[in-house]
Design a protein around this ligand. Structure first.
Ligand code: FES
Length: 574
């Protein structure tokens, strides 16, 4: 690096200062044993760590951080690791999604407030990826993502299992086909190693998303967590972030409108999670790229499903890595993608996947002979969801894609829990289950309850799928004919708020329609009588959240966080 560039380093605003200020900035860093020359013009690289023993998917991140540090040092930078709030999907109540925006604020302010020239984002469990990317985008200094990688495939009774099986086990247990003892045995075989969920759930979808957007090095998405290649990639990312600082390659240089379109196409090809929609919208909002719900349908359309991964298919993340990883998917999609999009390493997305070879056509098919022609996210419109709702057709039942049925409405999650096991519940396999008040404001936090379990009396009849509609989300590991993110949510008082048991509902996926057979006059009358549910938890962060969270169709970010605010700090206290 030449002196001119060194003087342009953001960190020189701290360590390059004379007098008392520079003295304080340097002296307190030196107390950690850092020699003076390390702070004398090297790029200072933050390693934003979501390690936590309460986020088991990210519990190996200290080791990854050490590998990143080795890469940063090798390239002539100086690494400093810092913690941010971590989001463990399985343990956090009421839902980790309630805190995605909070973490993004933690990340944004931690980066901006400190003497950092670039940042490595250690992301793993579902929400940690969008939260860190959103925060880093708001500051817009060079940033690269290192994902923690998927865990090894689970094993139970001699067969492969993953998180999607939890939903099957649950239904088998509720219907009495699986004993408590068997469930405990399955539990022991589910999580065999470090890493996040081993199917194409939200965490893996997010890891693929960052690779497709160009925010990581190639191969980041699928290397299993315990594979030594994950540490090699972490090391190389440490090298690369120093290069990115030297070349001043920022998120805003990578995250163009075309990059977002690429990510949507890739998500369709891999059968990615529905949560992809809400997180990509939020990221686009941070960098000021106009992206709408309709774009997900438009750019998904015609993209074949080529990755044969659960929950839409058969295999696991470990398998896609052995088959060649995401670069094979990207190479296969070259006829669709914007090939000249620049990625973290300065190369185009086309260059990054040019030599990728497929080693298992059963796991990664070709666009000419795809695993499934049905893919992507379909955006539904109609008088039951005036601002839209989504469905993932590849995870749904073909016979329910055009269906008219009687609504069975649950006003909230407690109402659902109280009624669903009732043998007298008036419901049959043609009914449509509707769950209200699980949206961003209504719950609050928009939990993953949209793929609600079926009534036991229908499970007993061998029914395995029904249409379920909610203003909530679904785990990326879930499946079924599940309509999600109905906007405006019930708590916002639209038509979804006033749907009643007995109303006739039509779902027509090919026509993109979701309608309620109630006259406009009757809907208006009901809305006049409608009262929002009381909010008993309106203090502190939850109060801020309910006042400022946007609807799911816009990404459920806070209204005051749209757009970048940059890295400049105009005041300091020394
Ligand atoms: Fe962390 Fe699934 S619970 S990725």
């Amino acid at each position: 690096m030449n002196i001119e560039k060194e003087s342009a380093l953001r960190s020189r605003g701290w360590f390059g200062r004379a007098g008392k200020d520079g003295f304080i900035y340097r002296a307190w860093m030196k107390k950690q044993g850092i020699p003076a020359y390390e702070l004398a013009g090297k790029p200072i690289i933050g390693i934003c760590n979501t390690w936590s023993e309460l986020t088991p998917c990210n519990s190996h991140f200290r080791e990854l951080a050490e590998a990143v540090k080795r890469g940063v040092l090798e390239a002539g930078g100086y690494p400093v690791e810092f913690p941010v709030m971590s989001l463990g999907e399985t343990l956090m109540k009421p839902t980790a999604m309630l805190y995605r925006n909070l973490v993004s604020m933690d990340v944004e302010e931690s980066i901006r407030a400190n003497p950092l020239d670039g940042v490595v984002l250690l992301c793993g469990c579902d929400k940690t990826t969008p939260a860190l990317v959103m925060g880093a985008c708001s500051v817009d200094i060079p940033a690269i993502v290192v994902s923690g990688g998927p865990m090894l495939t689970g094993r139970h009774k001699g067969r492969s299992i993953g998180t999607s099986d939890i939903w099957r086990f649950s239904e088998e247990f509720r219907s009495g086909r699986m004993t408590d003892q068997e469930l405990t045995l399955a539990e022991a075989g589910m999580c065999r190693s470090d890493g996040h969920c081993a199917v194409m759930g939200t965490a893996s979808t997010m890891a693929c998303m960052v690779e497709a957007l160009g925010l990581s090095l190639p191969d980041n998405a699928a290397i299993p967590a315990p594979d030594s290649a994950r540490k090699v990639l972490s090391h190389q990312s440490g090298v690369e972030i120093v290069n990115m600082v030297r070349q001043n390659r920022k998120p805003s240089d990578i995250l163009t409108r075309e990059a977002f379109e690429n990510a949507i196409m890739v998500n369709a090809a891999i059968g990615g999670s529905t949560n992809f929609v809400i997180h990509l919208l939020a990221i686009a909002g941070r960098v000021g790229v106009p992206l709408t719900l309709e774009d997900f349908d438009k750019f998904s359309a015609g993209i074949p499903l080529i990755a044969n991964l659960q929950p839409s298919g058969e295999f696991f993340m470990e398998d896609i890595y052995y088959a060649g990883g995401l670069p094979v998917v990207l190479r296969e999609l070259q006829g669709y993608l914007h090939k000249s999009c620049v990625t973290a390493n300065g190369k185009t997305i086309e260059d990054n996947c040019k030599g990728a070879l497929c080693y298992n056509a059963g796991v990664i098919a070709t666009v000419g002979a795809p695993f499934n022609n049905i893919s992507g996210i379909v955006v539904l419109k109609g008088n039951l969801c005036e601002q839209g709702a989504i469905i993932k057709p590849s995870a749904a039942s073909p016979h329910l894609m055009q269906h008219r049925g009687r609504a069975v409405v649950f006003e909230d999650i407690d109402d659902y829990k109280n009624k669903i096991d009732d043998p007298d519940l008036e419901v049959d396999e043609n009914s449509i289950l509707i769950l209200k008040n699980v949206g961003p404001k209504g719950y609050p936090g928009m939990p993953e309850v949209g793929n609600m379990g079926l009534p036991p009396k229908l499970l007993d009849k061998g029914i395995t799928d029904m249409i379920r509609i909610s203003d909530g989300r679904m785990s990326g590991t879930g499946f079924g004919t599940v309509v999600l993110h109905a906007s405006p949510e019930a708590a916002a008082g639209g038509n979804f708020a006033v749907v009643r048991t007995g109303d006739m509902i039509t779902l027509n996926v090919p026509e993109r329609l979701l309608t309620i057979e109630v006259s406009e006059a009757e809907l208006e009358q009901r809305k006049q009588e409608w009262k929002p549910q009381p909010n008993h938890t309106a203090r502190g962060y939850v109060s801020l959240f309910t006042q400022h969270v946007e609807q799911a169709c816009f990404g459920a970010d806070f209204d005051f966080l749209k757009g970048m605010s940059g890295s400049e700090v105009t005041k300091d206290s020394h």
